[in-house]
Design a protein around this ligand. Structure first.
Ligand code: ATP
Ligand code: MG
Length: 452
């Protein structure tokens, strides 16, 4: 008995890792196709790297003193060979690894994009999950601020294409290592002066990576952070020129932007330009996308130096905005639902469905849930519920006459009202049904669709 109960225990998904259900499929597909056409418009090429990488890639690539490496990685030892592996928490390091491994920059710079799941062990809440999805770009081997501007403007174009308003751009410059070193000294002195007010995490980071203290999410620290020495004031001529070059292109292209001197980003590999796209509409998970320049990373991971920049968009957060803005596309039903009766009708319906698919139609063939023939009425109910434009019916009469019956299912408001009256009066089928020679079915439907 106990054994039996055990078997019946229902299993659930892993906390923070969501099923994406068919009800949301139209939204995801609309987002994905919009992103793809935007990426194509800028000449970016797709790259797909594995979900699992050596743990070292991320500890070296992202930096030890970061939220991700300190506490968010799904790392494990492969029980079969002892390798230290990690589910990717982000994809820049992996794309750079692949670029180096396949010597992809030998014939010049590359513009790449990826999409897929990322994994971070965080506290799940709205807009923050343990498996979430990013689409991202990496422009590898480009030094100038024109590439920074290009990748930023790609985001703006995407928001426009998706019909999303109110996503604001914040930018900053992290300069170069020597500039950060000069700033760091003053920042540490400032933070030490206020150390009694810092939280535990910030105290720990004060010496290891003080810049990260500026990135704190603790509201109690905002005032201290506000008064901290600004990295921007430590930038030399070249860094300032790069930053000004970016701003000029943004201005010339009418992209509003705000300089946020406290924007540092969560990953260690950035230099010069960093940016985030933020919104007030998602509560505390207001960052929709983030990115910047990471000139040292390719060399740091063993490649020839190649200045580069990129961004990653959090897809779930964008979809949330689309839902809020009622930018949810209608789910598309298929073209035809095949209804059939009798053994011969079932076989003919199967053949007709294949012929219609050959002609380019999307077709659902009725299949009985339990193996016994379904009634005409229940099949028509399913046809209606499927959202199909037409039901094609092949019953005994149609088989005898070598015919198929076609019935329109998507009614206009007016014809719908009419149909209701008609069926109310005499219980007849609401919509007129056409009889079509079996072999002329595809042509008939092509004409109907063309005429509609
Ligand atoms: P946050 O400050 O919100 O933790 P982050 O700086 O860690 O973000 P990035 O590493 O820059 O995030 O990732 C880029 C984008 O991916 C974020 O702007 C966000 O939209 C999305 N993202 C990051 N972590 C999550 C998560 N756990 N769940 C859902 N989306 C996420
Ligand atoms: Mg984070």
């Amino acid at each position: 008995m106990a054994e039996q109960n055990k078997k019946l225990t229902r299993l659930t998904g892993v906390k923070g890792m969501n099923d994406i259900l068919p009800a949301d499929a139209a939204l995801w597909e609309f987002f994905e196709s919009t992103v793809r056409s935007m990426l194509k418009a800028y000449g970016y090429q797709n790259i797909r790297t594995p979900i699992v990488e050596h743990t070292q890639l991320f500890t070296r690539g992202i930096g030890e003193v970061t939220d991700i490496v300190e506490k968010e990685m799904y790392s494990f030892t492969d029980a079969l060979n002892g390798e230290q592996l990690t589910l990717r928490p982000e994809n820049t390091a992996a794309v750079v690894r692949a670029t180096i491994e396949h010597n992809m920059l030998y014939d010049g710079p590359k513009r790449l994009w990826y999409q897929g799941p990322m994994f971070r062990h965080e506290r799940p809440q709205r807009g923050r999950y343990r498996q979430f999805h990013q689409v991202g770009v990496e422009a590898l081997g480009f030094a100038g601020p024109d590439t920074d501007a290009e990748i930023i403007m790609m985001c703006q174009r995407l928001w426009d294409d998706l019909g999303l308003m109110g996503i604001r751009l914040e930018i900053n410059s992290l300069g170069q290592p020597d500039e950060r070193a000069a700033h760091r000294k003053e920042l540490i002195a400032y933070l030490e002066k206020h150390s009694d007010l810092l939280d535990e995490e910030s105290k720990r980071r004060l010496h290891a990576n003080p810049l990260r203290v500026l990135d704190t999410k603790n509201p109690a620290l905002q005032e201290i952070v506000e008064g901290a020495p600004r990295l921007l004031d430590f930038l030399g001529e070249a860094s300032l020129a790069h930053f000004e070059g970016l701003q000029r292109l943004l201005r010339e292209n009418n992209i509003p932007h705000k300089i946020n001197p406290r924007l540092v980003r969560g990953l260690d590999y950035y230099n010069l330009t960093v940016f985030e796209w933020v919104t007030d509409q998602l509560g505390s998970q207001g960052t929709v996308a983030g990115g910047g320049r990471y000139d040292p990373l390719v060399e740091q991971l063993g490649g020839k130096p190649a200045p580069s920049c990129g961004w990653a968009i959090g897809i779930e957060r964008v979809l949330e905005l689309m839902k809020d803005a009622k930018r949810v596309p209608d789910a598309q039903g298929c073209d035809v639902y095949m209804v059939h009766q009798g053994d011969e009708g079932r076989i003919r319906a199967f053949i007709a469905a294949e012929r219609l698919r050959d002609a380019g139609f999307d077709v659902i063939l009725h299949c009985s849930p339990d193996g016994t023939p379904s009634s005409f009425k229940s099949q028509m109910k399913r046809a209606d519920a499927s959202g199909a434009a037409y039901a094609v019916i092949i019953g005994d009469d149609e088989v005898a006459g070598n015919l198929a019956s076609v019935k329109g299912l998507r009614q206009t408001a007016a014809s719908g009202a009419q149909a209701e009256t008609a069926s109310g009066q005499n219980g007849a089928m609401p919509n007129a049904q056409a009889s079509v020679p079996f072999d002329a079915l595809a042509e008939y439907l092509i004409d109907r669709v063309a005429g509609a």
